[in-house]
Design a protein around this ligand. Structure first.
Ligand code: AMP
Ligand code: GLY
Length: 425
């Protein structure tokens, strides 16, 4: 079977790498892909912003399954369009993608189905939002309603920060349309866990629990990023917590979506806060996480292509999904200096061929005119190491990361440290 993956991040490289191990897969295309996916499959020469052109390619080249990696395509209805043309596609429809593309809709959904989440109010007038914030006080969380490339959330510990966030979002409109409506939300305290699940619309099977490191700086300081590193599984997510999350969050979400007439097919990503009052939903995403995928898929024992086929055909079999037990994976992201602000691109990357004991998933990379691999984005490379415990996985990832270099390369030094402190090895 020929497959096509839409997207160009480390997540898409990890999906391509895993699908490449499947005996069911004969050829992998990526659109637009990166220098990493080009070494596994073929990055196609199609304008990947034009979904009609991708569908034309899929038809002409008899691609049997398309996987949509990035949320923007899902929110625009890429899956609906492929389905309309009779093409097999893994991912939620535009309506089901509303769980991520409209935080206010997601909040109403959770309220309706009694899914635990932070208390919140939705506002479309800045003065009303500010009055509410003054009454409630800090800490408080302000979120743009729509998609803002992971940047639309401000966790405010000072009243001025909260009020400024409202002005930035609703008056200056720094996120454009996405911020004309805001959600003002109760601040939740606890360990954050990313739980991804495969779903065929009827049932969902959770993957291994992951902890992301969202802030740019060591010790969780500085601005939010797309994610600077991950590890899985996390022992913060105990068997008791898992049971609660499955029964109180995952199953009600999948059943609720079915009940709404918008069944969720694809990867559901639940951002959780493990509070003293039980696990609560911080956000839903409707696709694989990045860099969560880079640690989850190397721990998956089963055939990913078969799982995708089963989800798309509504026949997901929970017993068919197996994990590598006793292994821990750590992913450290190497980013361009200046990210998540301004950064240089086009810097040559050295040392890739020296890495033998870790996986390297590319994100912002490309081949330049000389055929050299150069930087092409904020997050550039993901070094992933599997170890028998968290300590071994951390050491292995950092040992191999030290072999890589490009001008301005930046990475966090403390990925996995919380887990190391918790588990002691
Ligand atoms: P989101 O884009 O919704 O994932 O939010 C970005 C980050 O902001 C999350 O990963 C959390 O670390 C933080 N955050 C979001 N909502 C809350 C909340 N209600 N309480 C505390 N932190 C939050
Ligand atoms: N790492 C968080 C995300 O993919 O949204």
């Amino acid at each position: 079977m020929k497959v096509l993956i839409i997207g160009n991040g480390g997540r898409e490289h990890a999906i391509a790498w895993k699908l490449n191990q499947s005996p069911l897969v004969s050829k992998i295309y990526c659109c637009p892909g990166n220098a990493g996916t080009a070494q596994i499959g073929e990055n196609i020469r199609v304008d990947c912003n034009v979904i009609e052109d991708i569908a034309d390619f899929v038809e002409q080249n008899k691609v049997e399954l398309t996987i949509v990696g990035a949320e923007a395509y899902l929110a625009q209805g890429a899956v609906d369009y492929f389905q309309m043309r009779g093409l097999n596609v893994y991912g939620p429809t535009q309506a089901a993608a509303g769980l991520e593309s409209s935080k206010s809709w997601a909040k109403e959904f959770m309220f309706k189905y009694h899914i635990p989440t932070a208390h919140s109010q939705t506002f479309s007038h800045p003065e009303a939002a500010k009055d509410y914030i003054r009454q409630t006080g800090v800490p408080i969380v302000i979120k743009a309603d729509g998609l803002a490339a992971g940047k639309g959330v401000v966790v405010a510990f000072e009243l001025e920060t909260a009020l400024k966030a409202i002005d930035d979002c609703m008056v200056a409109q720094i996120y454009g349309e996405a911020g004309t409506t805001v959600i003002v939300e109760e601040y939740l305290e606890g360990e954050e866990v990313s739980l991804l699940a495969f779903s065929d619309g009827y049932l969902a099977v959770p993957m291994l629990p992951v902890q992301d490191h969202k802030r740019i700086g060591d010790g969780d300081t500085g601005p939010n990023t797309g994610g600077m590193g991950t590890y899985a599984p996390t022992t913060a997510f105990t068997a008791a917590i898992k049971e609660k999350v499955v029964n109180e969050i995952l199953i009600p979400t999948i059943q609720g979506m079915k009940n709404e007439g918008t069944p969720f097919v694809g990867t559901l990503f639940i951002g959780l806060m493990l509070t003293s009052d039980g696990p609560k939903v911080v956000e839903y995403n409707v696709r694989f996480g990045d860099p969560e995928t880079q640690v989850v898929l190397p721990l998956l024992e089963s055939d990913l292509a078969q799982i995708f086929i089963d989800c798309v055909s509504g026949k997901l079999n929970p017993d068919s999904i197996k994990w590598k037990m006793g292994k821990t994976a750590v992913c450290v992201v190497a980013a361009s200096g200046g990210y998540p602000g301004k950064y240089q691109t086009g810097e040559p990357i050295d040392g890739l061929e020296e890495i033998r004991n870790s996986l390297v998933f590319h994100a912002g990379t490309k081949f330049n005119f000389n055929g050299d691999i150069v930087t092409a984005g904020g997050r550039v490379l993901n070094v992933v190491h599997l170890g028998n415990n968290i300590g071994a996985a951390i050491d292995g990832a950092y040992r191999d990361l030290a072999l890589l270099s490009f001008e301005g390369m930046y990475y966090r030094k403390d990925i996995g440290r919380r887990e190391l402190l918790r588990s002691g090895v």
